[in-house]
Design a protein around this ligand. Structure first.
Ligand code: GLU
Length: 416
């Protein structure tokens, strides 16, 4: 399908091909799993505050639902495309299977710069998007969640729009909601907390003490900010963070709590809490742990050789290209691949969905403990697989995830 052919989709398919080849995956299944199961493109007319109607393009792609309802976030970003959403949906399938969650993978997106909209415009856009993808979603079908550019408020509008259509409150239709309408404790910080749990395991595995570990984080959104905060809480020194407009560097360590409390419209470099650096410079800093927590394809054949971290912990989806993977392997950098490192978000989304379906809510300690159990055991299973089969951590994670999905397909059989 030509419309899918974007760099991010090519990366997801190339990773899949490599894993499928290494595991000798059934060729019929290979053809199917390269493509999404269902893709919906929607046009979203929105009344702007000045009276004009602007039409936005949105997507919802379900990559696979053989193991359960499909699951995945909704991204609001000007570069969103069908190919990108399809790639992210495929990664969700492997991510859920690797963590052992009873879900398939999906992703949604709207091509928009959310910060350019007023709160009213954002709400109307979100409600129209939810109404247009209504036939595809539901607690037993497909469950959206936040991603880049979306948050709990947007999930609340989606939940309300869906609930208005069916006539009663359906909290389980989306996750990442506010607590008052069935959200879960610990969901907001969950991706960052998961990144920290697997990073701590990697440090232990490499015999690197947390007290002397330095951390650089690219991206200071939901994932990056909580990762930085919790890494610091655990005793590491966070020496650099960045956002779209650049970053700050302070070898003595940054005060993450103060940075998180600042007015979010203020660029990080303006805080004067460290020296201004570019995003590219941040990636090349000498540090123990580098966490890309922004967009895809940041570490490429062009800059991978200049990375000076010991551990690359992928908070973002798809931050590293295949060419970069080979270079990182040669340099002996320990990679915790995205579908493992950032799976804390969807793991706690799963907890939220289970709580909504049971109408029985858990404590913050329950959430943290269960998240730690699931993600830590996924880390060690992947590490074991990687050393037994002599493949990279990325290939080990992909092969384990794909294997679960392949088994489900083969056991269910082909219809008709
Ligand atoms: N957007 C997050 C991800 O990429 C979370 C998805 C979810 O919770 O469903 O994993």
């Amino acid at each position: 399908m030509q419309e899918l052919d974007t760099p991010t989709f090519r990366l997801a398919v190339a990773q899949f091909d490599q894993a499928a080849e290494a595991m000798g995956l059934d060729t019929n299944l290979r053809e199917r799993l390269k493509l999404p199961q269902r893709s919906l493109v929607v046009s979203l007319p929105v009344r702007m505050d000045d009276g004009r109607v602007e039409v936005f393009t949105g997507y919802r792609v379900q990559h696979d639902s053989s193991r359960g309802p499909s699951k995945g976030g909704v991204r609001y970003h000007p570069d969103v495309s069908l190919g990108e959403v399809a790639a992210l949906a495929m990664w969700m399938t492997w991510k859920c299977a690797l963590a052992g969650l009873p879900y398939g993978g999906a992703k949604g997106g709207v091509q928009v710069a959310p910060k350019s909209l007023s709160p009213g415009e954002l709400q109307r856009l979100t409600r129209r998007y939810a109404a247009e993808i209504f036939p595809l979603i539901g607690p037993d079908k497909d469950v959206p969640a936040p991603d880049v550019g979306t948050d709990a408020q947007i999930m609340a509008w989606m939940m309300d729009t869906y609930s208005q259509q069916v006539g009663y409150a359906v909290p389980g239709v989306v996750t990442g909601k506010p607590l008052s309408i069935g959200g879960s404790l610990g969901r907001e910080e969950a991706t960052g907390r998961g990144v920290v749990y697997v990073t701590l395991e990697a440090l232990r595995h490499l015999n690197l003490p947390i007290e002397t570990a330095t951390v650089a984080v690219q991206g200071f959104g939901n994932v990056g900010a909580h990762t930085a905060r919790i890494m610091q809480q655990q005793g590491a020194r966070v020496i650099a963070v960045s956002d779209v407009s650049g970053g700050i560097y302070n070898p003595k360590g940054l005060d993450i709590a103060t940075l998180m409390r600042r007015d979010p419209s203020q660029p990080l470099y303006q805080t004067k809490l460290g020296d201004a650096i570019t995003n590219e410079e941040l990636l090349q800093l000498e540090c123990t742990v580098l966490v890309p927590a922004a967009l895809s394809e940041q570490i490429t054949g062009k800059n991978a050789d200049r990375l000076k971290c010991r551990i690359l912990s992928e908070g973002a989806n798809g931050p590293t290209t295949l060419e970069a993977d080979h270079i990182l392997a040669d340099k002996g950098i320990f990679v915790i691949p995205d579908i493992l490192a950032n799976s804390g978000g969807v793991i706690v989304s799963y907890f939220e969905w289970v709580q909504d379906l049971q109408r029985f809510f858990w404590s913050a300690a329950d959430i943290q403990n269960r998240l730690q159990d699931i993600i830590t055991s996924a880390f060690h299973r992947t590490l074991r697989f990687s050393s037994e089969r002599r493949v990279s951590m990325r290939m080990a994670a992909l092969m384990s995830g794909i294997d679960q999905v392949a088994q489900a397909h083969l056991q269910r059989g082909l219809y008709p």
